[in-house]
Design a protein around this ligand. Structure first.
Ligand code: SF4
Length: 391
């Protein structure tokens, strides 16, 4: 399978563009941190490899036998592979094929490229990325990105990473095709989410010239102001960054007036700050622990101790044997439980799970959660549910 894990590193990456377009000196500041990988990133790499091969098979670019051989190799050698991953990848591929068919309705020829290197260095020094799928048709260009993660929902709307990929593709094909419209789609199969944004090619080029190019110039030079915000979330400097600390400490200050109890209005002003404060505080705590544990760092007023732990068996088989020998029943010894839904789906695959078990699965109403008004979930009427609870 291809080199998804070895994609090169650019200082001004497309994936980090929401940061360096807003906080221009962040890209150079991040350079002093090591590149780390996580189990989620490795899992994403496997999913991308599988998706690429699956699509190549569906598009007739590789033989079915070749796909099966590669799949079997992955099953044997890659710990991140699972049946549910194949199911999710299949869902993603179905969406890609639908988008290709849709474009074919208006265009006699649709150029389909997988894992295409997209060069946007015309606007961003060393700027390049890899487009999972690039479709070029008469008048329309589309870039599709698979996001395998399920932790953070990612929308294509105004997404700067997608726009930079699209710019790379536009730069490559604008001479050969008459492209007027650019579409950018993000598929997040594990969240059952597909989002698409559209922009006129001329507007995209204006954005590149007027916003991206000057910001990229500042960013590569490490110039401009540090600006903290939601984009700090994946910044490598997020735990130590002074600008972020100052912004959060500022957030924590609030001019409270008399009377002694806060009004709903005042609490409403604190709530949006609380999310950001919590994230920042957690980042600082994790960083301090990591430094103390791995590098012996000392923080005034704090020390490293052993956390609380629970007792555990050294040899489960020996425990079972001894208790059986002593005449205890299996009920006393075992606590047998059916697999949870996610584990079961992973074990038997999404399709069989749906076929055999969907009638036994319900989704109970979730615990009420206070979220921002922009959240897509419908509002529940708390007074109604309180009356219901009461009756
Ligand atoms: S943490 Fe935020 S403010 Fe600080 S460098 Fe990173 S992006 Fe900029």
């Amino acid at each position: 399978m291809s080199g998804h894990a070895t994609r090169d590193h650019a200082i001004l990456s497309a994936s980090g563009s929401s940061r360096w377009l807003t906080c221009t000196p962040s890209a150079q500041l991040e350079e002093q941190y090591e590149n780390t990988t996580s189990v989620f990133a490795e899992e994403g790499t496997t999913a991308h490899e599988l998706a690429e091969d699956f699509l190549r098979k569906e598009l007739g670019l590789i033989a079915k036998g070749t796909f099966t051989r590669r799949l079997n190799k992955m099953k044997k050698e890659n710990e991140h592979y699972s049946q549910s991953m194949l199911d999710y990848v299949e869902n993603y591929a179905t969406i890609v094929l639908e988008h290709i068919s849709e474009l074919k309705q208006y265009s006699s020829d649709v150029l389909t490229l997988l894992e295409e290197r997209l060069d946007f260095s015309r606007w961003v020094p060393q700027g390049f990325g890899t487009g999972d799928v690039v479709l070029v048709a008469d008048q329309t260009l589309e870039v599709i990105d698979l996001k395998y993660g399920k932790g953070v929902p990612v929308s294509a709307e105004g997404n700067t990473q997608m726009r930079l990929y699209a710019l790379g593709a536009l730069n490559q094909f604008e001479m050969l095709y008459d492209i007027e419209n650019v579409r950018m789609t993000i598929v997040q199969p594990r969240l059952d989410s597909v989002s698409t944004d559209e922009i006129a090619a001329s507007d995209l080029l204006d954005w590149a010239d007027e916003v991206v190019q000057p910001k990229a110039h500042e960013a590569i030079e490490g110039e401009g102001n540090f600006v903290a915000g939601e984009h700090c979330r994946f910044c490598k400097a997020r735990s130590q960054c002074r600008a972020r600390a100052e912004k959060n400490l500022e957030l924590a200050q609030h001019d409270f007036q008399e009377p002694p109890l806060l009004s709903y209005e005042e609490i409403g002003e604190i709530l949006p700050k609380a999310d950001e404060l919590q994230k920042w505080a957690k980042d600082v705590q994790n960083y301090a622990l990591d430094q103390a544990e791995k590098h012996g760092a000392k923080f005034p007023g704090y020390k490293l101790v052993e956390g609380r732990s629970n007792r555990k068996y050294t040899d489960e088989a020996a425990v079972i044997k001894r208790l059986k020998d002593e005449g205890y029943s299996e009920e006393d010894i075992y606590d047998m439980k059916v697999n949870g839904i996610t584990k079961m789906e992973k074990a038997i695959g999404k399709k069989p799970f749906k076929e055999y078990l969907s009638e036994y699965v319900i989704k109970p109403a979730g615990k009420p959660t206070l979220v921002k008004e922009s959240d897509k979930r419908p509002e529940i009427n708390s007074t109604d549910s309180a009356v219901e609870d009461f009756s």
